[in-house]
Design a protein around this ligand. Structure first.
Ligand code: SF4
Length: 360
């Protein structure tokens, strides 16, 4: 049986453990201070805790579920970790630094079952879901790098978050918990989805003001069918209905993520159709010029991107072109790649689950 994470152990359990090991109760506060405020990733980080106690803790708890095996740093301050999990699978996490606030982009699955045509992350298919603690510890390693708790989290790394809500929801609750978690504001957390209506509704049912980003990428179902394989693709009308429920349940505005691909979805007519959908959903739009991956598709020119943006903003929408960060270390959107554990099958464990509230 795997050991519990020290970070997920509540104060009373830790105090009881200390008592059973003849340790004074005040150590609980010290330990929690290291693992919450100081974002420790090893028991040896705890300089004011005796070595013998650190060794005993290591026998019964894990300090971090991830072991960063590769760390890449780009000139723009972006950092990308490939971390090894206890079963040998690997997952990637990205820290994006900005003067006003830094953001960590976390993964929810090893691989991804959706397999969007432009995305490196989905190329292997799904290997497995990440556990809650493996989701949380990605925020910890980014905070450890910064030297303080990170305030902005985007769930936009490898995986379709809506296929791992059983682990994601407890992880997000932990990240936002002021008493027993990291105390990150729910409004600074964004969950991105390729558009899984039953998952969007289940997240709405939590009534937490997490932001929702929809990876729409196309202004109509015909173009979308060239980007997202049929198995996990839903009709745009059905997705937007779920987004409306989400907005009404949480009070949060939806964001459309839209990867601009030359000759595919970047014409003036496409911009007008996208504007119509965004007004319908009362959404804002993030345009993302395609990052160079292994497809032959290309991003439109800067001028075309600007023209596309101008059509959206002229219609009264809130829209931006997202700056490309971490391109050189392949940490930009759609470039994260999870390594498959050799003994794991390429079978999505959750895919067989029936949709919860989806009307087919
Ligand atoms: S874009 Fe997102 S949903 Fe699509 S394959 Fe990549 S990780 Fe999966």
């Amino acid at each position: 049986m795997s050991k519990p994470s020290i970070r997920e152990t509540d104060e009373s359990t830790l105090t009881a453990w200390l008592k059973s090991h003849n340790q004074p109760a005040f150590r609980a506060k010290q330990i929690r201070d290291w693992f919450f405020s100081k974002m420790a990733v090893s028991f040896d980080d705890m300089a004011n805790v005796p070595k013998a106690l650190r060794e005993e803790l290591a026998q019964d708890f894990t300090p971090c579920s991830l072991t960063p095996s590769t760390v890449l740093r780009a000139d723009d301050g972006t950092v990308k970790w490939a971390s090894e999990l206890s079963d040998g699978a690997k997952v990637e996490t990205v820290l994006i630094r900005a003067p006003e606030r830094s953001t960590v982009c976390i993964s929810t699955q090893v691989g991804c079952p959706v397999r969007c045509a432009f995305c490196e992350s989905g190329r292997l298919g799904l290997v497995r879901n990440l556990k809650s603690v493996e989701i949380i510890d990605q925020v910890i390693i980014a905070s450890h790098e910064l030297g303080h708790r990170i305030d902005n989290v985007v769930v936009m790394g490898t995986g379709e978050p809506m296929f791992n809500l059983d682990n994601l929801i407890p992880a997000l609750n932990y990240l936002c918990d002021m008493e027993n978690g990291l105390g990150i504001s729910a409004r600074n957390i964004t969950v991105s989805t390729s558009g899984i209506p039953n998952g969007i509704r289940r997240l709405a049912d939590q009534h937490r003001p997490w932001n929702l980003a929809l990876s729409l990428h196309a202004p109509n179902d015909k173009i979308r069918s060239q980007l997202i394989p049929e198995k996990n693709r839903h009709r745009i009308a059905e997705i937007l209905a779920a987004c409306t429920e989400y907005r009404e349940a949480t009070g949060r505005m939806i964001t459309f993520e839209y990867v601009l691909i030359d000759g595919m979805n970047a014409s003036e007519g496409n911009a007008r159709d996208l504007a119509r959908l965004a007004h319908l959903a009362r959404a804002k739009v993030n345009l993302i010029p395609l990052n160079n991956g292994s497809t032959t598709w290309k991003a439109p020119s800067k001028e075309q991107c600007q023209q596309f943006l101008d059509i959206l903003t002229a219609s009264g929408l809130q829209a931006t072109i997202r700056l490309r960060k971490g391109d050189k270390i392949k940490a930009a959107c759609g470039q994260l790649v999870a390594k498959k554990s050799p003994e794991k099958p390429d079978t999505p464990p959750n895919e067989a689950k029936p949709p919860r509230r989806d009307k087919k």
